[in-house]
Design a protein around this ligand. Sequence first.
Ligand SMILES: CC(=O)SCCNC(=O)CCNC(=O)[C@H](O)C(C)(C)COP(=O)(O)OP(=O)(O)OC[C@H]1O[C@@H](n2cnc3c(N)ncnc32)[C@H](O)[C@@H]1OP(=O)(O)O
Length: 464
Amino acid sequence: MTLHIFSMTEPKIEIEEEINESPRTNGFDPSIYDKIVEGCRLSVRMASQNEWRQAEIISRCRAPNGSMKFYVHYVDCNRRLDEWVQADMLDITTLRMPQKGGKKGAHLKEESRDSNETDAKRGGRKRKIPLVPMDDMKQEPSDMAPPMPTVSSGSTPSLRGSMSMVGHSEDAMTRIRNVECIELGRSRIQPWYFSPYPQQLTSLDCIYICEFCLKYLKSKTTLKRHMEKCALCHPPGNQIYSYDKLSFFEIDGRKNKSYAQNLCLLAKLFLDHKTLYYDTDPFLFYVLTEEDEKGHHIVGYFSKEKESADEYNVACILVLPPFQKKGYGSLLIEFSYELSKIEQKTGSPEKPLSDLGLLSYRSYWSMAIMKALFKFKRNRPTEDITVQDISQSTSIKREDVVSTLQQLDLYKYYKGQYVIVISDEKRQVYEKRIEAAKKKTRINPNALQWRPKEYGKKRAQITF
Ligand SMILES: CC(=O)SCCNC(=O)CCNC(=O)[C@H](O)C(C)(C)COP(=O)(O)OP(=O)(O)OC[C@H]1O[C@@H](n2cnc3c(N)ncnc32)[C@H](O)[C@@H]1OP(=O)(O)O
């Protein structure tokens, strides 16, 4: 295994101004900024909200003119909001240095570390990121991107093909958004998180991505040249669903490795809590597209393990930002459960869920469960319904049914057992919501042409 040294991507925007004494420095010497290192906490002015917020320093860099910029994470906010800020956005009076053992909080005055030494040590440690070159990627010579790296962080989380990891990587490099902008089809999108695109591309203002094969290119010209040759006008794989301009393509991560890897790289730009691993073989990818005269344009996708010991029916799920909050997330989730219904299994999304993932799942689960409850009561008014009944009819895993009922405050302990109690008021609210949801785009199960493949059995037969 070859190890490469990969230097940390620094922000491209040159700092033109000298540091101005901010009123918030309260007379501190500007050299105080040298002491602000990774792990420090202080109040920072959040540009988008125009308010001061507690933040953690993730990284820092010095412009040629000597002024400094800091990459900050706002405490209790999603990492989407992390950003580079100028020194004058920091409230030095609130500075707290990181304590040994990683706990935050010691006040600046208690800290007497030599900042240069600290910087050198930190820089040396953080900049050496072991990368495993990937031989499978075949980019065209004209687009020449280097072999795709696998990023392994200092505190390596367990690498999984689902791109899943528990907790955050503590490596500063992978905590910093490294791609300025991507162009995909008609959209220019600002990424949210780090994704290990080749460094030659991350130093550009924009990465150009073919919306059909997801190949990444360095300029509009190379993209144009590529589009003239690209044979695809839809994702590869089998079109297993087509209804009302919407389609789902099933892509086998083993058969369409390059596409699957490019999709993971793209998805990582919008997925936190995830780390990339390039063995896409154990996964299927379900890509949702919208059709027009030019072809099938990617809207979002979810991935799914071919065999999941934990009964996961979704590994990663993403709707690209230009299409978010239009109901496509619910559509993807609904589709994943339609597949589970055909498999006659219950399923659950892989954990941890992101904040938006949790919102979307909670919304889907509550609607699906309420619909199942009302339908059951309509058809069998005298019978009792169990969690098992709901789970079977919706394919939502038992635990998720229970947690949703608890969250809706419908699951009560009564006379030694749990019962589902729904007040008339709540029933009416949900009946109205179900009625309103009928106007939204839904999956038409009749348009789904799919049979599950028995991956486990096939392999067992070959081995035997
Ligand atoms: C297993 C995992 O992979 S967890 C990771 C999940 N993926 C991510 O976090 C990647 C980035 N995020 C996304 O791709 C999207 O936000 C998704 C896939 C989570 C949701 O997709 P969307 O198309 O935006 O969802 P959709 O429009 O269908 O909304 C679903 C519900 O979530 C709610 N919701 C979605 N986004 C937001 C938001 N930003 N703020 C508040 N509510 C939201 C909606 O209101 C809706 O609820 P409702 O039906 O009760 O009104």
